[in-house]
Design a protein around this ligand. Sequence first.
Ligand code: CO
Ligand code: ZN
Length: 338
Amino acid sequence: MVELIARLSEAYGPPGAERVVRSIVEEESRPYADEIRTDVLGNLLVRKGSPEGPRIMISAHIDEIGLVVTYVDEKGFLRFHPAGGISPHVLLGQRVRFESGLVGAIGCEPVDDIKNVKMEVLYIDIGSHNREEALAQVQPGDMCCWHRRLDQVGRRVIGKALDDRIGCAALLAALRRLDGKNIPNNVFFVFSVQEEVGLRGARTAAYGIKPALGLSVDVTGAGDTPAAKPLPMELGKGAAIKVKDSSLVCHPGVCRYLVELAKKHNIAYQMEVLPAGGTDAAAIQLSEAGVATGGLSIPTRYVHTPAEMADLDDVEAVVALLVELVSAPLDLSYINSL
Ligand code: CO
Ligand code: ZN
């Protein structure tokens, strides 16, 4: 599991430029999938189970926060625009990597008012002497991401793009565990694009799949750090069953059904209420005439920084719950009655 999370987390994949990470996911899912296709936006759809069964869409996004080059100055320094929600403070002193493998350092000038650092004073330094030399390697419109390896500390991992490659790893692990089982539902594992810029991939994927049940698997916040605002989610306390975030209120029957499954199969779980932040579930829920949608999350510290931290036991709990969810015949009238 750690090797898989590392491979995914270390891969390059800003919003709209997910082909590297998509090819890794495709390679990892091919031996276990009944069908695989990539849609117009670039979502990877991995289908498994009975084609005649009720459709379940489970989404994890493959994109990560990135930076887009906007301008190359005469000295060869790159100005940029963020793709996704990122604080300028987090960028100070970091390294970024382009799809070509080119690495740059983030500089900040002037530095006199560090408390009020704005995106406008930050730049990427790729070691060029002038604009011409820089333009030979990078063009405006090129994107870069954090350049960081994954580390394991005890049962926890620290990585640059656990949001949401750790969710992708959970989907892939569930897919593998379902192999050889008789699955009564028609399950679509969707590795969605452009979540960080507005849940865009999940929106069109849901429209195309028309699921009876929708679920997103993503990271969420944690309230267990020294001066954190009180939150019900903690690292290592199990799969977080989403009730609400700032993008959606989950279908109450789906929430209760997930709790019931967790209790029945002795899977550690906790409830998730996230005051700020959204996920693919919101786009799935509002597709067509509406979809019964829930979310499973992995509590994560320092989300949208290059040092996101999550607990492997929570990932295992999410995988176990996913396997139970798709293995049981889907009964929507029962879920609605809960
Ligand atoms: Co995110
Ligand atoms: Zn996410």
